[in-house]
Design a binder for this molecule. Structure first.
Ligand SMILES: [Zn+2]
Length: 114
């Protein structure tokens, strides 16, 4: 029984940094950029969009599925706070079609699949 306690609680969480997560960050970044540029008419991200991006990146970094994650929209763990989820949905719906011009269709399908 001794020692069991030491394994509980203080588990160090390493942020994800694998290629899938990196790629998804790139896509999210691009989508938010497109959205902000066209909707908010900014050259660089406005405060709200910057905030959304930071939040999305953080969620990706600490996604519990790491490299094996599925599309966020497909995931059973709703790790986004509702307010951010609504915003992200809007961004994806708006920027999804634009992404086809930048990325091969399969990666976009992955993001948008339901
Ligand atoms: Zn914006």
């Amino acid at each position: 029984m001794k020692g069991a306690k030491e394994n509980m609680g203080a588990r160090l969480i390493e942020p994800n940094s694998g290629p899938n997560i990196q790629k998804e960050k790139e896509m999210v970044n691009k989508m938010i950029e497109i959205y902000c540029r066209r909707k908010h008419h900014r050259n660089s991200l406005c405060k709200e969009c910057q905030d959304l991006k930071n939040y999305a990146f953080m969620r990706l970094s600490f996604c519990r599925f790491g490299e094996n994650k599925t599309a966020c929209s497909n995931c059973k763990v709703h790790c986004y706070k509702p307010a951010y989820r609504q915003k992200m949905k809007k961004v994806m719906r708006y920027s999804g079609p634009w992404m086809l011009m930048y990325h091969p269709i399969y990666s976009v399908k992955h993001l948008l699949n339901r």
